[in-house]
Design a protein around this ligand. Structure first.
Ligand code: DLL
Length: 433
């Protein structure tokens, strides 16, 4: 029986003492770890030596604002392993996510990093109300994406039995949910809606841990009603660790940041100034305990607000709101991050294509679709003549660079918007979240 008709799902804990630590004690721990992280990066990451030359070991948490931001471009410039702080043979695993051009963003983990990550995800799952001994249907993709393996390790750490289904093959997913009767599921919220359309209301699910893409309260309501379970929001990004940087508890009152491992700030998207609690700005995260890939003041580009008020369940760590938007033009399609610059880069490799393009995002029922509109290059022939081979080449190039299938339409030469001096938005997002 689903959660909504049964007894209330209550938040549990995985590391109670740390999760409910006095604020002053937590901040003392953060400062000690921040100072150590700054020293390690200065010492072991040659690419940042010059940038951090004038940065002193922080003597207070406020001093963090003297440290320059790290941006996605830093990962690109030091691809693949240039920002790692340990020798290659100490890196136990790598993951990757979309870069802004043809190359992915690569991140690394030592054995201790993997163990810390698993404990963070275990906190998320227990906080969401999943009990040890329950079963978790894990429909996040396994592979370079951090979702599948990240949730997997967290479930094992918490004593939850995990079904490593990975993404895709909806028929089989539905069959396994009916046959195995898991109490919990993790996947993207849009995929939860897809499953909801075909699962009976009286299914076994009680808790869904959903994230990797933005979603609204309306979507939550639909998912909770259709699946008769509670749906909690899990947030994370590979640059910082993967899923489990922050997560709602079963109370669904903001996403609790694992503050003993990640120091959160909200800054103004234009000036970079630290904003007050409650104000919406860019989430900036600093890792406090990571070894292989410590990261200082990472500019996530995700917009949200933050409070340091303790949670109703007794957790003392800061909470962020749901992500309300992006400070750049990244879009997330079915859990995959897509930058217009990646599309531009892929088009450069297609001789028949002009450099003009537009991304149109639509929601067909519950599934997000991306259509890339392109034009033929000058002098290669008309749309009638080259349209179909142009479309096929672009489609192949995009599949290999983005990792997802996208529709391609070929427009007449001159039909797509051109910049008139200002910033040209190449994204037409028609989804109503
Ligand atoms: O999406 C990690 C993850 C896996 C999170 C599974 C949750 C569940 P990346 O592929 O590096 O990592 O993408 C990170 O996805 O900067 C956000 O823009 C977006 N994102 C992740 N979670 C949420 C969420 C994983 N709950 C990027 N709400 C982030 C809104 C999210 N956006």
């Amino acid at each position: 029986m689903g959660a909504l008709g049964s007894e209330r799902i209550a938040p549990g804990f995985h590391e109670h003492a740390i999760e409910t630590m006095e604020r002053a004690e937590l901040e003392a721990l953060q400062l000690q770890r921040l100072a150590a992280t700054v020293d390690v990066v200065k010492e072991r990451v040659p690419a940042f030596r010059e940038r951090l030359a004038n940065v002193a070991t922080p003597a207070s948490l406020d001093a963090i604002c003297g440290i320059p931001f790290t941006k996605k471009s830093d990962l690109r410039d030091n691809y693949p392993f240039g920002l790692f702080a340990v020798p290659r043979n100490e890196v136990q695993r790598v993951h990757a996510s979309s870069g802004t051009t043809g190359k992915p963003t690569v991140v690394g983990y030592t054995a201790e990093d993997l163990s810390m990550w698993a404990r963070c995800v275990a906190r998320c799952l227990r906080g969401a109300g999943i009990e040890p001994g329950w079963m978790l249907h894990n429909a996040y993709g396994y592979g370079l994406f951090t979702g599948g393996l990240g949730l997997h390790a967290g479930a094992e750490e918490a004593g939850i039995s995990v079904v490593p289904v990975s993404g895709g093959n909806t028929e089989r997913q539905l069959m396994l949910i009916e046959d195995f009767a898991p109490e919990s599921i993790c996947c993207t919220p849009s995929y939860a809606l897809t499953l909801a359309e075909q699962l009976p209301e009286n299914n076994s699910l009680r808790v869904g841990v959903l994230g990797a893409e933005p979603w609204s309260e309306l979507m939550r309501q639909q998912i909770e009603e259709k699946l008769s379970m509670i749906a909690v929001n899990i947030y994370g990004l590979s640059e910082v660790i993967g899923p489990g940087v922050a997560c709602e508890t079963a109370d669904r009152s903001g996403l609790v940041v694992m503050e003993d491992h990640f120091y959160p700030e909200i800054v103004h998207p234009d000036t970079g100034e630290v904003l007050d609690e409650g104000e919406v700005g860019v989430l900036v995260l600093t890792s406090l305990t990571k070894q292989a890939f410590p990261i200082l003041r990472y500019w996530t580009g995700d917009l949200c607000s933050m409070t340091r008020e303790p949670s109703p369940c007794g957790r003392t760590h800061a909470r962020i709101s749901s992500i309300v938007g992006r400070s750049d033009d990244m879009i997330v399609i079915r859990g995959v991050n897509v930058y217009p610059s990646q599309v531009e880069h892929a088009l450069l490799g297609v001789d028949l294509a002009a450099p003009h393009f537009r991304l149109v995002v639509t929601r067909d029922g519950t599934l997000d679709n991306l259509t890339v509109e392109v034009e033929p290059a000058d002098g290669v022939g008309s749309v009638e003549e080259v349209g179909s081979s142009l479309g096929a080449s672009v489609s192949d190039a995009l599949r290999s660079s983005l990792g997802i299938g996208v529709a391609v339409t070929v427009a007449e030469r001159g039909a797509l918007p051109r910049s008139e001096g200002g910033k040209l938005s190449r994204v037409d997002d028609r989804r109503s979240l």
